[in-house]
Design a protein around this ligand. Structure first.
Ligand SMILES: Nc1nc2c(ncn2[C@@H]2O[C@H](COP(=O)(O)OP(=O)(O)OP(=O)(O)O)[C@@H](O)[C@H]2O)c(=O)[nH]1
Ligand SMILES: [Mg+2]
Length: 446
């Protein structure tokens, strides 16, 4: 509940009024035929709580297509309004994306502030961003997503405030005191435009730095942890590298990338990066502006896709992560699926089912260490790859290249001629590529 203390949920740019925790009604829209079970809005509820809201009610509707003006139908909207009235709610959170005009209309009819799932996620990111880089990226995503919604918000909220509408703290009062009106909106729009341009410049600079850093790492193999939020990526990072990074049982515990050396225990090591978790329907603006943070994942040789096998939604989560990887353009990257938290699976009968469904996956526990020997072996094999025999000639003084070769290729024969090492090796194409990146003076010999 402390996450958004001092800020108003989802309204970093619309309303800066400090409030305590806000009382929220959750609304979900599901296709006809969906079985209405209690857990339908569980993830949204966790997100809302992560952002510091108190969830006081849930409303679901089955509809084939969203109502163009209000997303849910008229009767549902009235139900939401009544529920918000009796439970003294400040806020209505929709599990789907709403257009600016839908937000405006729903707010008018419910007399409550309304945010959608994307705004909620952006808000959580805003409250968690620690590094300067993450802050810039979140701010840009927020401005791009929220700015188009500003005009409607202010004009009609002014009307609500004028009519004495609205209820909870910070819902409309502060917006009224900000003096919205056409002129104010125009000024703010110009400021938003300027700020967006400035942020883009700053982020471009960071991008360039990241590319330089990635180049500097070329003589390492890199692996990146990716996966649904709360799957156990940071915990695995800690277990594998002793990184001491922050792991916690809440959504989006990690926002910044951390890279550490990961020893495979046979003289070989690689660099492992932990990064932000994914979630279904991650706002596209957020993916776009987080590209730099995700750069280490985008350029990694191997992706370790961590999934929480103890979650009843593990299959959907694996698919959602697949979609994000797709949108990042890395869907065909070499990926190892890790079904984590096996220690938490209560019914052992499930495990063979997972083995069948994901035959390539490894069952592991980042907490107990179960299955990690298998992970080491699998990574070692992946990195060294499919080998072919070649003869290479390298300057005998090139310690960096020779060391690398000893680690990641099999040296079959070695002799020295005229200050050069002539090596017959079993080597994978990828290792050879890296070797050329490390040294310009690697020659193919007979
Ligand atoms: N029982 C069990 N719990 C685990 C395991 N791995 C992680 N957890 C718990 O799951 C929760 C989330 O772990 P994190 O490592 O923070 O997850 P993450 O994937 O980094 O999450 P984000 O940073 O939010 O994307 C924590 O409470 C961990 O202690 C495991 O193997 N077994
Ligand atoms: Mg994490």
């Amino acid at each position: 509940m402390v996450a958004c203390k001092g800020r108003t949920l989802g309204f970093t740019h619309r309303d800066e009024t400090p409030t305590g925790s806000e009382r929220a009604v959750l609304v979900g829209l599901f296709p006809e035929g969906t079985r209405l079970t209690d857990d339908l809005l569980d993830e949204l509820s966790e997100l809302a709580e992560s952002a510091g809201a108190e969830v006081i009610g849930r409303v679901v509707q089955k509809r084939r297509t969203p109502h163009p003006a209000t997303c849910v139908g008229k009767g549902k909207l009235e139900e939401i309004r009544q529920l918000a009235d009796v439970s003294d709610a400040d806020l209505v959170i929709f599990d789907v994306e709403l257009s600016p005009s839908q937000i405006r209309e729903i707010e008018r009819q419910t007399e409550r502030r309304v945010i959608d799932r994307s705004e909620l996620i952006l808000d959580i990111f805003a409250s968690r961003a620690r590094t300067a880089e993450a802050r810039l990226q979140v701010e840009l995503a927020q401005l791009e997503y929220t700015a188009p919604r500003l005009r409607g918000m202010w004009t009609h909220l002014e009307r609500i405030a004028g009519a004495g509408g609205g209820t909870g703290a910070g819902s409309v009062g502060a917006i009224g005191t900000r003096g919205p009106g056409e002129r104010q909106i125009e000024i703010d729009r110009r400021l938003v435009g300027k700020r967006v341009a400035f942020l883009k410049e700053q982020i471009a600079e960071i991008d360039q730095r990241k590319v330089r850093e990635a180049r500097a790492r070329r003589d390492y193999f890199t692996a990146a942890l990716v996966g649904y939020t709360n799957a156990g990526k940071s915990t695995l990072m800690n277990t594998l590298t002793g990184a001491g990074t922050h792991a916690e049982d809440r959504l989006f515990a990690t926002l910044d990338t951390l890279t550490r050396r990961w020893d495979l225990g046979n003289g070989r090591y690689l660099l492992l990066s932990d990064t932000v978790g994914f979630i279904r329907d991650l706002p596209p603006h957020l993916i776009a502006s987080f590209r730099a943070t995700l750069e280490s994942a985008i350029h990694a040789d191997v992706l370790l896709h961590v999934a929480d096998v103890s979650s009843p939604h593990v299959e959907e989560q694996i698919e959602a992560v697949g979609r994000v990887l797709d949108s990042l353009g890395v869907a065909d990257r070499q990926t190892l699926l890790l079904l984590n938290k096996v220690d938490q699976v209560e019914d052992d009968a499930f495990l063979p089912l997972f083995r069948d469904a994901y035959p390539e996956a490894l069952l592991i526990s980042a907490r107990t260490g179960e299955g990690l020997d298998g992970l080491h072996a699998a990574i070692d094999e992946l990195i060294r790859g499919e080998q072919r025999n070649l003869t290479l000639s390298i300057s005998a003084g090139d310690g960096r290249a020779l060391n690398f070769l000893e680690r990641f290729a099999d040296i079959i024969e070695r002799r020295y001629e005229d200050g050069r090492a002539i090596l017959k090796v079993g080597i994978a194409d990828r290792v050879l590529d890296h070797l050329h990146g490390i040294s310009r003076d690697v020659r193919h010999a007979e």
